[in-house]
Design a binder for this molecule. Structure first.
Ligand code: ZN
Length: 358
């Protein structure tokens, strides 16, 4: 069965597979159908965006750019596993690829090397763009890869594909010569296909057990532990100056909202509750520190009320309670200022929060 799914059937298939959906603007009627054919469809293609940031990436994939009009795919898969629907119909994602690969996808047999660009892929493939820089260092959170597996499985199941080994799901790099996406570490198309096949052997509501990553759907409503560390001493020379804490260590980042080395710990819409544990030296007894969460939108900072700690003899080890929900369009980070006479050294900071979406 190769007739493209209607928007309603697509949504139902994704939801049944446990995919968390965001519907972006007029995605149902946004397509390139006026410039070319859409369907028959034969498979699903996975890409990476070479961008960062959910809002900007979703908007780019909806609109496209001057040389390549949008939609640039059907769904954008964010780091937290949410699938943002941006188009329905023909989309500019696959370009021209190898006719022998298409034949293998249709027959569900092993893929030959892609060494020709003679066939219109935008006509025949659903496309998902996963947010990743594709530089070989940007991580692929487990929730994101799980969403790729589930979204692909949903389409295979709806079309009756994949009964013979799921070469119905391919990477752009397997279609068009010169393409590298999707590029790891943390993702391989062989692994995605193995997991899609595993899903297809079960009902759509199936959740993998054992050591498999937590799926991104309803389980994201359950608080999970975020644990970030600042493990190198940080000296703050001047008093009365607010300094962001650059967490250099991820012990646990279940929603994938702390990019490598970044100051932000949570993205828009994330609820958090827990504490910041500090080990300070140089703070004189009776002198204060203040800690606050700041929600940033570019240069614009929304400052939450500060919480105080007081220096004690023999070292200061405050635990600062932090609870909130990050405002739409913003990212949360932790800032600290001291009111000491001399420099303050943060020997170590540990941020331990329960985080969840709702
Ligand atoms: Zn691509």
């Amino acid at each position: 069965m190769a007739t493209p799914l209607s928007a309603d059937r697509l949504l139902a298939a994704l939801r049944a597979e446990g995919v968390r959906i965001e519907e972006h603007r007029s995605w149902r009627t946004h397509s390139r159908n006026h410039v070319g054919s859409w369907g028959p469809v034969h498979g699903v293609m996975i890409h990476h965006t070479v961008t960062s940031g959910t809002d900007a990436s979703v908007d780019l994939c909806y609109r496209g750019h001057s040389t390549l009009p949008g939609p640039l795919c059907h769904g954008v898969i964010a780091k937290d596993g949410t699938v943002h629907l941006v188009g329905h119909g023909r989309a500019n994602h696959a370009g021209s690829g190898d006719r022998d690969v298409l034949a293998a996808v249709r027959a569900e047999r092993p893929l030959p090397p892609d060494n020709q660009a003679d066939t219109d892929g935008n006509r025949h493939f659903y496309g998902f763009e996963a947010i990743n820089l594709g530089n070989g260092r940007d991580p692929w959170p487990a929730a994101q890869v799980e969403a790729i597996v589930r979204a692909s499985a949903a389409l295979c199941r709806a079309h009756g594909w994949g009964k013979q080994g799921t070469t119905s799901v391919i990477g752009h790099s397997e279609w068009q010569p010169g393409k590298i996406d999707p590029r790891g570490p943390g993702i391989s198309m062989a692994d995605v296909r193995r997991r899609v096949a595993e899903r297809l052997a079960h009902p759509p509501s199936w959740s993998p057990g054992g050591s498999d990553p937590t799926p991104p759907s309803e389980e994201d409503d359950v608080p999970r532990l975020l644990a970030l560390g600042l493990t190198r001493p940080l000296t703050i020379e001047a008093p009365h100056v607010w300094v962001s804490l650059p967490f250099d260590t991820d012990w646990a980042d279940p929603l994938g909202e702390h990019p490598d080395g970044a100051q932000s710990f949570a993205a828009a819409g994330t609820n958090y509750t827990g504490a910041l544990y500090l080990r300070l030296s140089g703070l004189e007894p009776g002198r204060e520190i203040q800690v606050r969460v700041v929600e940033a939108e570019g240069e614009d900072l929304k400052k939450l009320p500060p919480i105080e700690g007081v220096g004690t003899a023999g070292g200061t080890f405050p635990a600062v309670p932090l609870t909130g929900r990050v405002t739409a369009g913003r990212k949360a980070k932790v800032m600290l200022a001291h009111f000491n006479s001399g420099p303050l050294v943060i020997e170590r900071a540990e941020l331990k929060l329960h985080v969840w979406k709702d």
